[in-house]
Structure formats: structure tokens, C-alpha cells
Design a protein around this ligand. Structure first.
Ligand SMILES: N[C@@H](CCC(=O)N[C@@H](CS)C(=O)NCC(=O)O)C(=O)O
Length: 335
């Protein structure tokens, strides 16, 4: 397929959190784009373009191919800085980036765990994925494809550390995140006020996927109507006002930074990075008093490093360091 002049082409999937994250960004910025569902019909083209067989994959109007949602957003933000997704001030700007990373790296666990652990969730997601990959196929072939998808995805639970032993930690974290956000979103449409920030894109994408699955979807409908409405708003976000001041968002946003980012995500990510340095294949730590064990993964270590470099590059850090120390994040980000 040839590229229309001036248009982006985004290869993605409806059930891919990172794909809908990039699509929301393109929509927010009003960047003309084609959303191309990755299916059988574009397999050859996709393979020729992709360095890694992963969506999202973005082709820019000049033909540059980009993969990996966080660098994609950062690159696009350089090219199209207005309206900025970075709330002003070094504290809000860094906390927003920290939460974006938390959503991508840790928030993914809850989504993936619910989707591929429980039978109704497996069946629902596998059917939607197979139907999207092979549009128009007959019922018998679809049924086979559903089993193929399920058979491919369920064993991947171990890559995200999901098992019977870690179920309570992962589900507890998902519910804590949602409850904190429910309170925070009581009086604002987006995490940092009247318009979406970097954090919104990362955090919403995972919860949005969970909202479409039977088990976490029911939990969200029951206990977090505002979170649910926010995930819907984030599908096509609009600036409804200015960013709020840091002082105004902090009281209800800091619990997320303290309890989830410092309480769970950073200890886990640091343990992963340490295991890789030591050449270990697996790592374990205690989360909420329970053992959490998983395979060490290079990707997470690289993104922790990027986060530390982002912090090191902040020119005036007095107020930011105070917030990071008060929330117990700083010691993990210094290592
Ligand atoms: N860090 C990457 C993650 C991309 C990723 O994991 N994509 C998944 C879908 S959400 C994928 O394409 N998986 C390929 C497969 O399942 O075969 C990003 O942010 O874009």
C-alpha cells in the first residue's frame, strides 16, 4: 500500500494497549493518520517494515518507521510540540513521565494477568484477536484460530510474572491503582487537569484493555465509574482546559506515586535490573509481604535506565527531589 502524502500510517491492534496509546496520541494532536489493523492481508508489508514483530508500528509521512510506543510519543512530541503533553514545571513533568512508565511496565501486568488467567477472559480476548487477524473467516476456522491464540498467549503469563503465587499481588495492585484513580478523577477529566498528559496515555491504555475484558471490566464497572469514563475519554482525548498546578493535583495523585510506583513498580524494576547485571535468569522480591518471582527481562532494565537518565537531566531538581524522597521513589531512581 502506498502512503498518502502528509499522513501517518499506524499498524496496530484493538487489543494491544500500546497500539491504542499511540492512536489516542495521534487523535489528540489532530495528526492525519490511517489506523491499519495488523491482519493476514498486510503480513508481508508489515514484516518488511518491522524490526521487531510487534505493534504498534508507525510509518511517518516521510517513510520513517518507528516502533515502541514511548519513543514514538517522544519523537512525535518533538515534531508536533503543540498542544504539549508535558505539564509545566519540573515536578509535574517528571511525575507524568514516571507514571507513563509505570503504566507501560507495571500496569500491563494486571491487564495481561486478568486477560489470560481466567477462562471467560481468555475466551473473549482470543476470539476478538482471532477475528481481527482473520476477518471474514468461517466459524470452524475461527474456532481453531481462537484455540491457537489462547495456546500462544496463556504460557506468556510467566513472562509477566503472573502465577497462582503472584495473583493476589497483581490483583491487589490493579485494584489499588484503580481506587486511587477513581478518587483523583472525581474533580478533573485527566490526570493533570483539563488536558491529557504523557501519564494519561500510558496508564489509560492498560486499564482500557482491562475494561473490555469480562473479569476486570465487571470490577471497573462496579467500583470505578470515573476511571471507566476517563478511559473512554482517552480514546479520543481533547483539551478541555489547562493543566492544573502541581499543588492542585498532588494530594490525590501522590498516593499513586507512593503506593504503586514506589511501593511496587520501582522495587520490582530495580530487582529485574540487578538480576540482569548479575547474569541471573530469574529474580524474586517481596511485594506486599508475598513473594514475587519472574524471569528477568532486558526491555524493563533499559526503560528503567531511560527513566534514571531523564531524572539526571532535570536541570533544577530541588522541589522534584523532595517529592521523590517524600514518596520513597528517590532511592530506587538513584541506584
Ligand atoms: N514496548 C512496546 C511493546 C509492544 C508490544 O508488546 N506489542 C504486543 C501487543 S500489545 C505485540 O505486538 N505482540 C506480538 C505478539 O503478540 O505476537 C511498546 O510500547 O510499543
Amino acid at each position: 500500500m502506498t502512503q498518502s502524502p502528509g499522513r501517518y500510517r499506524l499498524f496496530g491492534a484493538e487489543l494491544s494497549p500500546y497500539s491504542i496509546k499511540v492512536r489516542s496520541y495521534l487523535r489528540y494532536k489532530g495528526l492525519p493518520h490511517d489506523w491499519i489493523l495488523r491482519d493476514q492481508s498486510n503480513e508481508t508489508e508489515f514484516r518488511a517494515l518491522a524490526k521487531l514483530p510487534l505493534v504498534p508500528l508507525l510509518v511517518t509521512p516521510d517513510g520513517t518507521v518507528l516502533q515502541d510506543s514511548t519513543p514514538i510519543l517522544e519523537r512525535l512530541e518533538q515534531l508536533h510540540p503543540e498542544p504539549s503533553i508535558h505539564p509545566p514545571g519540573e515536578v509535574a513533568g517528571f511525575v507524568s513521565a514516571l507514571l507513563e512508565e509505570y503504566g507501560d511496565e507495571w500496569g500491563n501486568k494486571g491487564m495481561f494477568h486478568y486477560r489470560w488467567t481466567y477462562e471467560p477472559d481468555q475466551a473473549s480476548a482470543a476470539r476478538r484477536i482471532a477475528g481481527e487477524m482473520m476477518p471474514g473467516i468461517d466459524e470452524a476456522t475461527l474456532a481453531q484460530a481462537v484455540e491457537m491464540v489462547r495456546g500462544r498467549m496463556v504460557p506468556r503469563l510467566s513472562f509477566v510474572g503472573s502465577s497462582a503465587a503472584t495473583r493476589d499481588s497483581i490483583e491487589g495492585s490493579f485494584l489499588r491503582q484503580v481506587d486511587i484513580l477513581e478518587k483523583h478523577l472525581e474533580s478533573r477529566p485527566y490526570l493533570f487537569g483539563g488536558r491529557p498528559a504523557f501519564a494519561d496515555f500510558g496508564v489509560y491504555a492498560q486499564i482500557r484493555q482491562a475494561a473490555t475484558d469480562p473479569t476486570p471490566g465487571a470490577l471497573l464497572r462496579e467500583r470505578a465509574p470515573r476511571v471507566l469514563a476517563w478511559t473512554e475519554r482517552m480514546l479520543s482525548p481533547r483539551a478541555e482546559g489547562e493543566f492544573e498546578s502541581w499543588e492542585s493535583v498532588a494530594p490525590t495523585l501522590l498516593p499513586l506515586v507512593r503506593e504503586e510506583v514506589a511501593g511496587v513498580f520501582l522495587p520490582w524494576s530495580t530487582a529485574n535490573a540487578k538480576a540482569l547485571l548479575a547474569g541471573e535468569k530469574e529474580f524474586s522480591l517481596e511485594i506486599g509481604g508475598r513473594p514475587f518471582r519472574q524471569e528477568a527481562q532486558k526491555y524493563h532494565a533499559r526503560s528503567l535506565d531511560v527513566l534514571r537518565k531523564r531524572l539526571a537531566a532535570v536541570p533544577e531538581r530541588t522541589a522534584l527531589d523532595r517529592v521523590l524522597a517524600d514518596t520513597d521513589c528517590l532511592r530506587w531512581l538513584r541506584d
